[in-house]
Write a protein that binds this ligand. Structure first.
Ligand code: ACO
Length: 175
């Protein structure tokens, strides 16, 4: 086993590593690794990469860990994934799917893809695509009848390349 694999075998993960598609793993560059978010990922630049998406306020490691634990305690609901650069052990990409249970469609579920972010230096290398593929697999394997997301007009071509179609409108009311 490599040093990287040894150091990562003891990670405290938010959900089972078995839920990440082996096909997606195999398509990543050998220097990269996709896995569930770990309780120590605050130290691997999690918020730095997230800040390519929007304004991020650093809550400090203890509050970050409390949020991690709150997500993990909601069973079968939150599935955040990260892509790690093995040589630096730093996060270079991330995304999440949230599974919403419903009363309609025979007690169906919907997967909501959220917070897709790829480090500026790593954009355009298919990391975003691999994250979306991994999250869609989790959503479909959880029995979701659809997987949806909101995005800006400028990101529509990216999601179309990932196999999504434009449908309906987004409404928002900020507090
Ligand atoms: N416009 C047109 N095409 C695009 C765009 C774009 N904005 N972004 C990617 N593509 C294309 C690529 O050229 C590629 O096409 P190809 O298969 O023909 O070569 C394909 O989409 C896959 O692109 P990736 O290399 O996987 O894209 P990347 O790794 O750069 O990730 C992402 C895309 C996530 C949008 C990244 O640029 C990023 O982090 N941007 C800033 C944050 C952001 O906007 N996140 C999405 C918010 S929406 C949400 O979270 C639900």
């Amino acid at each position: 086993m490599s040093l990287y694999a040894l150091s990562n075998s003891s990670l405290d993960l938010l959900f089972s590593v078995d839920l990440i598609s082996s096909e997606v793993k195999a398509q990543l560059h050998p220097d990269l690794h996709i896995r569930p978010l770990a309780s120590t990922d605050y130290r691997r630049g999690h918020l730095d990469v997230l800040s390519v998406l929007t304004v991020v306020t650093d809550p400090g490691e203890a509050a970050w860990a409390a949020q991690f634990n709150a997500m993990r305690s909601a069973a079968s609901t939150y599935y955040p994934v990260v892509i790690i650069d093995k040589s630096s052990d730093r996060i270079v990409g991330m995304g999440s799917v949230f599974i919403e249970r419903k009363f309609l469609r025979g007690l169906g579920s919907v997967g909501h893809i959220e917070d897709i972010a790829v480090d500026k230096n790593q954009q355009g290398k298919k990391l975003g695509l691999r994250i979306i593929q991994a999250l869609t697999c989790i959503s479909e394997n959880s029995g979701c009848y659809k997987t949806i997301l909101n995005c800006s007009d400028s990101n529509i071509p990216f999601y179309q390349k990932c196999g999504f179609q434009q449908k309906e409108n987004e409404m928002a009311k900020y507090a």
